[in-house]
Write a protein that binds this ligand. Structure first.
Ligand code: IPE
Ligand code: IPE
Ligand code: MG
Length: 250
């Protein structure tokens, strides 16, 4: 096949997207599942279940665009406060989603990783399937899909500081580099863009250290209704922003 044919076979860039300024890392706070279900007269858990299609479509949209890192907030360290039934559902649902989707993700070159605390509240079987999925996909490099699961930004910083101290770093040598290099995934670049769905304007303990200079985009769309086009819209908004990092415009 000649090179021009190969190019033609690739998905064209969506309207309004500048292919030279695709964010390297996009984070998503997938929120609004419960409200989506309630509006339909369904139990909250049906909203979580409907979020699977949103996640898969968005992840493949990101992959097609050339986003290298996608991090999604699946379960926070604060979500344990929910009723035991819902927590149990979320544990089992995230596990089964992984088992249903990991082969396809693997075939498409996606590396699956987890960020969060592997504490005893997470069932051992779930932890085992997380480990297996990471191992299965560890050689993939097209995109890294990180599931923030039992994740809290403050917990991550606490864990990093503990690791720095455990490594014997003296107080006067603890700097941003030392902390960064002990985060859950030190090779993960900071997110360029973080999207939150469902009309809430907060970060809810997501990637606190990493989002220091992330561009934030908020949308009223409830997570189960979110599709790749909503991601493209957010990226288009991101591309209109001027990132200055405390400095001045070029
Ligand atoms: C997001 O949807 C999923 C998780 C937090 C696990 P919610 O369950 O928070 O849905 P709302 O915010 O109550 O609508
Ligand atoms: C944030 O959503 C956590 C996840 C999406 C997993 P929440 O629904 O838990 O956040 P709050 O409680 O509205 O801040
Ligand atoms: Mg919520």
């Amino acid at each position: 096949m000649s090179p021009p044919q190969r190019r033609a076979a690739r998905t064209p860039l969506p309207d309004g997207i500048d292919g030279s300024r695709i964010p390297a890392h996009v984070g998503i706070v997938m929120d609004g599942n419960g409200r989506w279900a309630r509006r339909k007269g369904l139990p909250r858990t049906e909203g979580h279940a409907a979020g699977e299609e949103a996640l898969v479509d968005t992840a493949y949209g990101a992959l097609d665009l050339g986003v290298k890192w996608l991090t999604v907030y699946a379960f926070s360290t604060e979500n344990w406060r929910r009723p035991a039934d819902e927590v149990r559902f979320l544990m089992n649902f995230n596990e089964s989603l992984l088992l249903r989707r990991r082969d396809e993700l693997n075939e498409r070159g996606v590396r699956v990783r987890f960020a969060g605390r592997r504490d005893r509240r997470v069932p051992r079987r779930v932890l085992r399937h997380m480990d297996e999925s990471e191992a299965l996909t560890s050689a993939n490099r097209k995109m890294t899909l990180t599931m923030a699961f039992n994740y809290g930004g403050r917990a991550e910083i606490v864990d990093a500081v503990r690791a720095v101290v455990a490594a014997g770093v003296p107080a006067n040598k603890i700097d941003e580099r030392a902390i960064r290099s002990h985060l859950y995934h030190p090779d993960m670049p900071d997110p360029d863009l973080v999207v939150r769905t469902s009309g809430e304007y907060r970060v809810s303990n997501f990637l606190l250290w990493e989002l220091a200079y992330a561009e934030l985009v908020f949308t009223d769309v409830l997570w189960p209704d979110f599709r790749r086009q909503h991601l493209f819209d957010a990226i288009s908004e991101y591309q209109g922003r001027s990132r200055r990092y405390g400095g001045l415009e070029e």
